[in-house]
Design a binder for this molecule. Structure first.
Ligand SMILES: NC(=O)c1ccc[n+]([C@@H]2O[C@H](COP(=O)([O-])OP(=O)(O)OC[C@H]3O[C@@H](n4cnc5c(N)ncnc54)[C@H](O)[C@@H]3O)[C@@H](O)[C@H]2O)c1
Length: 347
């Protein structure tokens, strides 16, 4: 018996990995928002119950690059519930990929590990999963924090993340009539309006020549830029706005202090890395006590969501590994049923 066979007998564990490409995931329905809405909501419930483990995510940066969007982030989590599983999203980013290489800024894979053995059981292409789960974070939150039947959405930044937020609104919220967009690159706005016209012709794109105009026309605002320079001021926001601060660094400090409710996904993940909340905490002007809630507390009814039509509510979601792992698990379970993807022997 050779060494490889001995090892396989000794571990008595699954020794096969299911590889799912983006095309496999699309064929399983993973290019639409619904599976991510359901999974992300379940992840928020697990978070509120404390039925998870989620170490703080390390940012790997090449010391020769100073750009905020040049990094690879490792995002591990274990999730409990009825079908516990562990996993890691490993997400790379180079700010100049789109301009220099004509490829996406972000790329990712997710590894899932069996709950019994901790053996890796799946490897998924994950840039699309990551975009759709990020859109679902806004979507699930909007069900609790936006005014009912909102009609106007503004998206600032029209890259893959911004466009996927638009897709989610069109698929999940039939009341949406107009999408107001602003991007500092006109070509990015043209791409979104063309795509919207082809894909969701009943929703009207409205192109603006500055962020303030787009934001002032909307009931729901999403930031999806790569800026490290806050620009969004409190008096740009209409009463009753729900603001989903996906790109984290766009919002001026005064907004955090003046809105009616600040909500995060996970306080410990948000209060670090010199992000705006972390800066405010270090200056002594914001704290865990001033936070209204973590979103899981709202989804499970522990804390109130929107309480009237005038409140301005901001969600500041750093992005949790739980979101990724719960979504990847949902895709994997579909793939197992359909026997989709490629099975690779580990040894
Ligand atoms: N919070 C989360 O969970 C989460 C998850 C995924 C991505 N993100 C963030 O979403 C952001 C967008 O990701 P992407 O992959 O679409 O990036 P991208 O670089 O492909 O696209 C960003 C777009 O924003 C535009 N832009 C940049 N600065 C701008 C500004 N100041 N005003 C207007 N437009 C501006 C760019 O022209 C570009 O079209 C990133 O900051 C990323 O870190 C957050």
């Amino acid at each position: 018996m050779n060494m490889i066979e001995t090892a396989r007998q000794r571990v008595n564990a699954p020794a096969r990995l299911r590889f799912l490409s983006r095309q496999d995931i699309v064929a399983l329905g993973g290019d639409r928002s619904q599976i991510y809405m359901d999974a992300v909501e379940e992840g928020f419930r697990l978070h509120a119950r404390g039925d998870y483990a989620q170490p703080l995510k390390p940012y790997l940066r090449n010391p020769n690059s100073g750009h905020i969007a040049d990094r690879i982030i490792a995002m591990p989590a274990w999730i409990g519930g009825d079908d516990p599983i562990s996993g890691l999203k490993w997400i790379g980013s180079k700010h100049d990929n789109p301009s220099l290489r004509f490829i996406d800024r972000a790329s990712a894979v997710i590894v899932l590990n069996d709950n019994e053995t901790n053996f890796p059981i799946a490897l998924l292409e994950a840039a699309r999963i990551s975009s759709l789960r990020t859109a679902a974070v806004t979507g699930v939150a909007a069900r609790h924090l936006a005014r009912p039947n909102f009609t106007d959405v503004a998206v600032i930044g029209c890259g893959p993340i911004g466009r996927t937020q638009v897709q989610m609104f069109c698929e999940q919220f039939p009341s949406v009539e107009r999408i107001h967009i602003f991007d500092r690159q006109p070509a990015a706005m043209t791409a979104v309006t063309d795509w919207l016209g082809d894909t969701f012709p009943s929703v009207q794109p409205v192109v603006h020549d500055n962020a303030r105009a787009a934001i002032g026309a909307a009931d729901v605002v999403v930031t999806a830029t790569v800026t490290d320079q806050p620009y969004l001021k409190f008096d740009w926001l209409r009463p009753g706005t729900f603001l989903s601060n996906i790109s984290i660094m766009d919002i001026e400090k005064e907004v955090f202090l003046k809105v009616n409710k600040v909500v995060v996904d996970d306080w410990d993940q948000c209060n670090r890395e010199k992000k705006i909340i972390n800066q405010l905490v270090e200056e002594g002007s914001f704290s865990r006590e001033k936070l209204h809630a973590e979103i899981g507390e709202i989804v499970t009814g522990i804390k109130a969501g929107r309480e009237n039509n005038q409140e301005i509510i901001m969600l500041n979601p750093m992005g949790m590994a739980i979101d990724d792992i719960v979504c990847a698990r949902a895709i994997l379970r579909r793939a197992e049923e359909a026997n989709a993807g490629i099975l690779v022997d580990l040894f």
